[in-house]
Design a binder for this molecule. Structure first.
Ligand code: NAI
Ligand code: HPV
Length: 410
C-alpha cells in the first residue's frame, strides 16, 4: 500500500535485542529506516534517540516515562515486544494520542513451562543439592525431597500464564488452587479460593502471575510470607515490584520457606554484562534467573512478528485493534479513497466540529469510523479528494480545539 508519508522516512527504533523476525517484517512492509540496539538505552540517550523516531519497539527494561515521551516529537506508536506494559506511562501516551501495542500471549507457554519445572526442582531440593555437588559435596538423601504429584500449587493471578501453568501442573498430578481479583473460569480440576490467605495456608508451592499495578506493588510482603506453610516454596516470574525481596530473603534464611525461584527483581541490570545485585544472591535454596521467563527462541520469534505486524497495520492502515491504551478500530482498506485520521481528547462537541469541516466541501465521505475511550477519541474518515484537498481538510481538522494528532494515511 502506497502511503502519503513515504515509508522510507519513517524511523523505527528497536531496542533490547528484538528478534530478527521483527526487523524482517518491517523491511518486507517497506520500512527501511530501522535503528537496532541490543540493550535498553540509558535515559539521556533514549531521549536523544526517541526525538525523531516515529515507531519505538522495546521490552520490559526500557522505561517510557512521561518525561521520556515529552522528548518524542514524532512518535506515533509504541510496541512492547512482551506481555507487560507497566514500563510505559500508558496514560501519558494516550494523552499524546499514541497507541501502545503488546504481545499478550506469545510467551505465555514459555513462562508456564519454566514455572512448572521450577516447582519440581524446588520440591526435590535441587538448588541446594546442585550447589553442594559444585563444591565437591555429596548429599544423597531423600530428606526434604518430594514428588510433585498430589502437592498443592497455589496460583496468584489466574490469567493467561496462571491458567496455562495450572493446566501443566495438573498434568503432573498436582492439585491446583488459584486466587484472582476477578471471577475466573477454572481450568481442569483447579479450584478458586475465597481469599489470598486461604491460598497461602493451603499451598505447598505458591506462584505469582499478576501484572504490575498500583494494587500488586509489594502485595507480597512479610505478612503474606508468614502465612505461607512452613517449608513451602515461592515462585515469582511476574514483576520484581510485587514481592518484598528483603522479607523473602529473611523467610528463606530462617527456614520458614524451604526454597524459592525468582526471575524478576525490583532492580534489574539494564543489559547483559551489568552486575546483578540482590539479597537473594548466595542463598543455595534459591533458583535465580535473569528475567528469562519469556525468553525462548519460539516466544521471541512469535512476538517479533506479532507486535511488528500490529505496528505496521497501524502505520499503514490506521487499525488499532488490541492497543492497550487506545480506542480500538479494525479498518477495511479503501484504496480508492484518501484516509484521514483525527485523534482528539474525548470532550463533548468534537465530532460535530469534525463534521463541520466536511459540510459544504465538495468531497464525498466514503466511510467514517469513530471509537472513543475515557480519554481519547479516534476518528477515521475515508474521502474522495485529491492530494491538495486532503491537505486542506487535514489543516482544518488540526485546527479543531482538543485535537491531539491528524494524519493523512493515503
Ligand atoms: N518473567 C517473564 O519473563 C514474564 C513475566 N510476565 C509477567 O506476568 C504477568 C501476567 O501475565 P499474564 O498471565 O499474561 O497476564 P493476564 O492479564 O492474562 O493475567 C493476570 C491476572 O492477574 C489478575 N490480577 C490482577 N491484579 C490482581 C491482584 N491484585 N490479585 C490477584 N490477581 C490479580 C488478573 O485479574 C488476571 O487474571 C505480566 O503482566 C507480566 O508482568 C509475563 C511474561 C513474561
Ligand atoms: O513479557 C513480559 O512481560 C516479560 O516480562 C518479558 O520481558 P522481556 O521481553 O524478557 O524483557
Amino acid at each position: 500500500m502506497q502511503t502519503s508519508f513515504p515509508k522510507e522516512d519513517i524511523k523505527v527504533l528497536l531496542l533490547e535485542g528484538l528478534s530478527a523476525t521483527a526487523v524482517e517484517n518491517f523491511r518486507r512492509a517497506g520500512y527501511s529506516q530501522i535503528e537496532l540496539h541490543a540493550k535498553s538505552l540509558p535515559e539521556a540517550e533514549l531521549k536523544e534517540r526517541i526525538a525523531d523516531a516515529h515507531i519505538i519497539g522495546l521490552r520490559s527494561r526500557t522505561q517510557l516515562t512521561a518525561d521520556v515521551l515529552s522528548h518524542a516529537k514524532r512518535l506515533m506508536a509504541v510496541g512492547c515486544f512482551c506481555i507487560g506494559t507497566n514500563q510505559v506511562d500508558l496514560v501519558e501516551a494516550s494523552k499524546l494520542g499514541i497507541p501502545v501495542f503488546n504481545a499478550p500471549y506469545s510467551n505465555t507457554r514459555s513462562v508456564a513451562e519454566l514455572v512448572v519445572a521450577e516447582a519440581i526442582m524446588l520440591l526435590r531440593g535441587i538448588p541446594h543439592k546442585n550447589a553442594q555437588c559444585h563444591v565437591g559435596g555429596w548429599d544423597k538423601s531423600a530428606v526434604g525431597s518430594y514428588e510433585a504429584r498430589d502437592k498443592v500449587l497455589g496460583i496468584i493471578g489466574y490469567g493467561h500464564i496462571g491458567t496455562q501453568t495450572g493446566v501443566l501442573a495438573e498434568g503432573l498430578g498436582m492439585r491446583v488452587l488459584f486466587y484472582d481479583i476477578e471471577a475466573k473460569l477454572a481450568m481442569g480440576n483447579a479450584h478458586a479460593v475465597a481469599s489470598l490467605d486461604e491460598l497461602l495456608e493451603r499451598s505447598d508451592v505458591v506462584t505469582l502471575h499478576v501484572p504490575e499495578t498500583p494494587a500488586t506493588k509489594m502485595m507480597f510482603g512479610r505478612e503474606q510470607l508468614e502465612k505461607m506453610r512452613k517449608g513451602s516454596m515461592l515462585i515469582n516470574a511476574s514483576r520484581g515490584s510485587v514481592v518484598d525481596i528483603e522479607a523473602l530473603a529473611e523467610a528463606l534464611k530462617s527456614g520458614h520457606l524451604s526454597g524459592a525461584a525468582v526471575d524478576v527483581f525490583p532492580v534489574e541490570p539494564k543489559g547483559n554484562g551489568e552486575a546483578f545485585v540482590s539479597p537473594l544472591v548466595g542463598l543455595d535454596n534459591v533458583i535465580l534467573t535473569p528475567h528469562i521467563g519469556g525468553s525462548t527462541l519460539e516466544a521471541q520469534d512469535n512476538i517479533g512478528v506479532e507486535v511488528s505486524s500490529k505496528l505496521i497495520r497501524y502505520s499503514d492502515n490506521g487499525s488499532t485493534l488490541s492497543a492497550v491504551n487506545f480506542p480500538e478500530v479494525s479498518l477495511p482498506e479503501h484504496p480508492q479513497s484518501r484516509r484521514l485520521l483525527h485523534i482528539h481528547r474525548n470532550v463533548p462537541g468534537i465530532l460535530s466540529r469534525i463534521n463541520d469541516v466536511f459540510s459544504g466541501e465538495n468531497v464525498n465521505i466514503n466511510a467514517q469510523f469513530l471509537q472513543t475511550d475515557a480519554q481519547v477519541g479516534y476518528v477515521v474518515i475515508d474521502v474522495s479528494a485529491d492530494e491538495a484537498k486532503a491537505n486542506e481538510l487535514k489543516a482544518k481538522l488540526a485546527a479543531i480545539p482538543g485535537t491531539l494528532r491528524t494524519r493523512i494515511l493515503y
